[in-house]
Design a protein around this ligand. Sequence first.
Ligand SMILES: [Zn+2]
Length: 354
Amino acid sequence: MEAISINLGNMPIFDGHNDALTRLWLSDDPDPVHAFIHQRLAGHMDLKRCQQAGFVGGMFAIFLPPYAYVKQHHPNKLFDPRATDFSQQQIEQICLEQLNLAQQLAQRSHDIQICTSVEEIQRCRAQQKLAMVLHMEGAESLQHNPDLLDVFYQAGLRSIGPLWNRPSRFGHGLNAKFPHSPDTGAGLTVEGKAFLQRCADRKIVVDVSHMNERAFWDSVDILQQPIVATHSNAHALCPQARNLTDAQLKAIRDSQGMVGINFDVAFLRADGQRNADTPIDVILDHLDYMMDRLGEEYIGFGSDFDGALISTELEDVTGISKLIERMQQRHYSSELIEKLCWRNWLDVLNRIWL
Ligand SMILES: [Zn+2]
């Protein structure tokens, strides 16, 4: 008798954004790397569930969580409980620790690999390994010494969102308000523009997901490469400042760029509510809207797993199979589903990295 496959679908998934490394860094587990590889870990993803879901890989973010959040929920992670913010030295240390967690995952499991080319991702897909593309969400750790970019590059970093929702030497950052236009302040600083150029020179993906509108247009002016928003949605359907206007979508299409649809309910729902009791059809609504503006080539997933409040219906990474079912119900062809699930991401990475 043949073994029965537990694979929920044969469709490979490549995803634009997750915060699993930050979750591991925040974890109270004495060995979170072991837990990710061998156990079911609280959160949206671990190795076993990724394999079950056909989750080939994605962009794994190195991210500095807000100080107030860490202080409230993970005070044991603070270096000095009397301080009001992280020092620059601590910021750099936190990013290095998350980079090290990624390296440990790859070192301690034959089924996980840090990838720096589409060829490597394809090889992982064939060998059923989890492909990690290292991303940095907010480049505060590099703001005082951008030369350190090369240290991270050597370690495999191939994607950067220079700004997060806070000011840095590189720019004003985004004020994630609802309802609000993406125009929430000044754009990139002189240092920020030089940093973008530095990333572009190394063919690193520049992620505009957390840029306000002025920084977005600054980036469009500077970058000769495709414009990528790894985890953002349509502003017309959910007027959160983090989401993209039709004009921004057009600029992304014109650059042959990419948008990853964010599964966070607050960036999907028309009322912007953080309410997990949200049907997953709303993800399909954003997909449909985006495809009307971008075409079928420049859109995929950008789940924000482990960093988002997602629909209880979706639950975790294995819930992507339900999304695929809905796509079929909406009569998406299997060729289109394949593009949305992984091909488009690999194509845009090739356009930038090659
Ligand atoms: Zn984000």
